[in-house]
Design a protein around this ligand. Structure first.
Ligand SMILES: *[C@@H]1O[C@H](CO)[C@@H](O)[C@H](O)[C@H]1NC(C)=O
Ligand SMILES: *[C@@H]1O[C@H](CO)[C@@H](O)[C@H](O)[C@H]1NC(C)=O
Length: 415
């Protein structure tokens, strides 16, 4: 019955016309991680070069060094890390979407907030480059005031997120979504989706989830009605599962009361001790086991982040200054699975059997996630020599990712 409902969703006649045939053509894409929102593990040199070990995120990057130095470093990074050549290479790799993370501080910075803005011209360039190359761009609000998860990639690494604790934070976030919706309302062919917020940390409990749920409903109005009238935009709203099982969100923003809503779920199998202890086959089995829930959930369900990495060995992946669970150097655990040597860093150090596994794990994930509406890998590129097991670009160059994502060596890897 649920499967039938899922199928019927694919053929319903919407009043709106999304800029991509979601529901009939699979999303295949990459994230442009670490560009307009810094992440220490994607560009470790930017953090190491500060000489200050307490610079761990974009907040401290702006706070703990002279503004003009921070701004110059960021500007150089924005100018060089991603260019139109990347969009051309992404298109040539047979992909159809890019997801672009951006922080609220690109739009407004509150009193006492040390963030440095200046990202908006690059957002405009990215939209132009996507347009030129025939790629669909998803604008993903990755950091909200107060931080929605406390991760460095929200802009601010803190033990407990405070976005949801303060209505001013939430209101500011809604205002950013209104601004974005207004920017792109007549350009759905190139910017079909706005993701209202990345990874609110629902595992902190019902307070976070209650605020998040209401914020999704508010975002629907903000994204769908940007004209100041009853006229609807064609922009799809993407919400995130807040690390809950998809079933938690059953009935939220569903057709026919609502239309044009997508669900983003992230699948990583490396961020707890049990997971880093899994064998290669267990990693494959775990991602394959997601097929049914992805296929049957009643919103367009896209796996908006995932990786072929099978360890947390990438330098700074758990935060600058923190080690890995895999080799027992993470502050949460002394359980050691093995040495991190050979599992991360430069692809030139990867053994051929490791690259064979990366290919197989990559194929398992794309075939599983295409049982839903598709996938967007994290991430397109990393700094040379850093965490290349995460880099789609390095995967293409080194053969663990095919130059056409439809070419599979292991078509039955999920059985
Ligand atoms: C709520 O957050 C805003 C910034 O978004 C801040 O100015 C205000 O002081 C906060 N209020 C409380 C009670 O923390
Ligand atoms: C670790 O991950 C596994 C597999 O995703 C999950 O079943 C388990 O509940 C997680 N354990 C903890 C302590 O979060």
């Amino acid at each position: 019955m649920r499967a039938l409902f899922g199928l019927s969703l694919l053929s319903v006649a919407f009043a709106i016309r999304p800029g991509f045939p979601y529901g009939s053509t699979k999303v295949r894409g990459v994230n442009l991680g670490g560009w307009l929102v810094l992440e220490p593990w994607i560009t470790p040199s930017i953090f190491d070069n500060t000489g200050d070990p307490n610079i761990v995120d974009e907040w401290t990057f702006g706070e703990r060094q002279p503004k003009e130095i921070a701004k110059a470093t960021l500007t150089k990074h924005w100018d060089t890390f991603i260019t139109e050549a990347d969009f051309a290479a992404i298109k040539a790799a047979g992909l159809n979407h890019v997801r672009l993370p951006i922080g609220y501080w690109a739009f407004e910075v509150g009193p006492g907030e040390p963030y440095i803005s200046g990202q908006l011209p690059y957002l405009s360039k990215a939209i132009q480059w996507a347009t030129n190359q025939g790629l669909k761009l998803i604008i993903d609000l990755h950091g909200a005031p107060g931080s929605q998860n406390g991760y460095d990639n929200s802009g601010r690494r803190i033990p407990y997120p405070t976005w949801h604790t303060n209505n001013t934070n939430v209101q500011r976030t809604s205002n950013v979504i209104k601004t974005i919706a207004n920017m792109v309302k007549d350009n759905t062919a190139n910017v079909p989706i706005i993701e209202a917020l990345n990874e609110p940390a629902g595992y902190f409990g019902p307070d976070v989830l209650a605020v998040t749920r209401q914020y999704w409903y508010d975002s629907f109005g903000n994204v769908r009605y940007p004209y100041g009238s009853s006229r609807q935009s064609d922009t799809v709203l993407m919400i995130h599962d807040a690390f809950q099982p998809l079933s938690y969100w059953n009935g939220v923003l569903t057709y026919p009361a609502y239309e044009g809503v997508a669900m983003d779920t992230h699948i990583y199998t490396i961020f707890n001790v049990t997971e880093v202890q899994m064998s290669q086959q267990e990693h494959i089995n775990l991602v394959c086991s997601k097929r049914n829930s992805l296929a049957t959930f009643n919103l367009w369900t896209i796996v908006g982040e995932w990786t072929p990495a099978m360890t947390d060995c990438a330098k700074y992946i758990n935060g600058r200054g923190r080690g890995a669970r895999y080799d027992g150097t993470h502050p949460d655990t002394s359980t050691r699975v093995g040495s991190c040597n050979g599992w991360s860093g430069s692809a030139s150090t990867f053994s051929s059997s490791y690259k064979t596994f990366l290919r197989k794990f990559w194929e398992a994930q794309v075939s599983s996630y295409e049982q839903g509406q598709g996938w967007i890998q994290w991430t397109w590129k990393t700094e040379a020599g850093a965490a290349e097991e995460w880099s789609y670009k390095s995967g293409l160059a080194n053969g663990w990712i095919p130059s056409d994502p439809a070419n599979r060596i292991y078509p039955n890897v999920c059985g």
